[in-house]
Design a protein around this ligand. Sequence first.
Ligand code: ATP
Ligand code: MG
Length: 425
Amino acid sequence: MIKRPKGTQDIIPGVIEKWHFIEEQIKKICSEFGYQEIRTPIFEYTELFQRGVGESTDIVNKEMYTFWDKGNRSITLRPEGTASVCRAYVENKLHGSPKPLKLYYLGPMFRYENTQAGRYRQFHQFGCEVLGSDDPLVDAEVISLVWELFRRLSLKYLEVHINSVGCQTCRAEYRKLLQVFLEERRNKLCRDCQSRFERNPMRILDCKNTNCQSLTTDAPTTLQNLCEECQEHFNRVLALLTASNIPYKINPRMVRGLDYYQKTAFEIMAEGIGAQSAICGGGRYDRLVEEIGGPSTPGIGFAVGIERIIALLENQNTNIATTKEIKVLVAAIGENPKIEGFKLLTQLRQCGISALMDLTGRGLKGQMKYADREKIRYVLILGDDELAEDVVTVKDMILGEQEKIPMDSIIKYMRNEIDKTSCSD
Ligand code: ATP
Ligand code: MG
């Protein structure tokens, strides 16, 4: 039997309802906060991610699905959303619209990772990007959007970790300080970190290796070395979070993976889903748009991993109501009744009444059982006798009553019944 590729998942009925629920909440909240949806291609030219995510990141270094297409172009399945959104912003000249531009996306991402619980090769992200303002209000707004989403999803035990990684000016100074500190410990670091030493020494602080972590416990932090402007920006963001009642924890070691992060960096961590506890990551990227060839434009965004939200909902036993939609089963018995039944089914559906007909040749008893199991309240029985009398026998499965209704008034009758009972369903 052919299996699905490693690191992918089938989202099947019974689970998809959770996805729909989360997606609906996302769309609703984004519209309330004034964010518009953007959809970009699933694949892009590889160069976009090399420039937009950064050569020294894990993503570009080892996690991309890259291939040559038939026209000899290097193509990559998107590993994240920000670079594509910035490209689309420049390509579609969206900088002409009133500032800032507030966008969101929702869709699959692809990373060639070592798979483990909560870590897949195709996974899904919801993300927001705000382009055109470096006001700390925007930083606070995106965090409060995602915080409010989690509140509406009833997620518990969450923590916002926040840091400032500084700007080009203070970071250059800091990088030197950090390299001085790391120099004498260099040989003891893991292989990955040794190669990070030149490329991206800040990433060493983020290493998951416990030895590297203990070697860098006393390393200088960006927070201790912020310039005045970055410090003021950070203070404002924190004050705004406090004003909107969002609990946060300053985490001076959190530097995040992307090369273009500046000033604010944040993650939201959750208890109860094991090692992969980050459910949201984001930050400010004031140089990214310029880096991919656009006008200098500040930006900030985040991405939420949907699979991890689902795992958390399951872990916290949060029930998501999965309402059964079908109201009517047309139970036609016999060849002619089936034709009439199909006609009735069509009319019910045209009137927006959710209805089904048996598709497997069950007898009347079997169809009743089916309606019962599927919690379909009304069964419309149509046999040769009903045809002869030009009526339909309507059985209410909850009350256990049945009644004959003339064929020409059945739609009106069903509409009334459903209106009457829909509140008590
Ligand atoms: P990590 O350090 O865990 O690899 P990351 O920094 O690579 O995370 P981001 O690129 O910030 O993650 O992605 C944002 C969110 O997307 C993460 O917080 C996580 O919830 C989710 N995510 C990232 N990679 C995966 C994956 N391979 N499978 C499932 N979800 C993922
Ligand atoms: Mg990663």
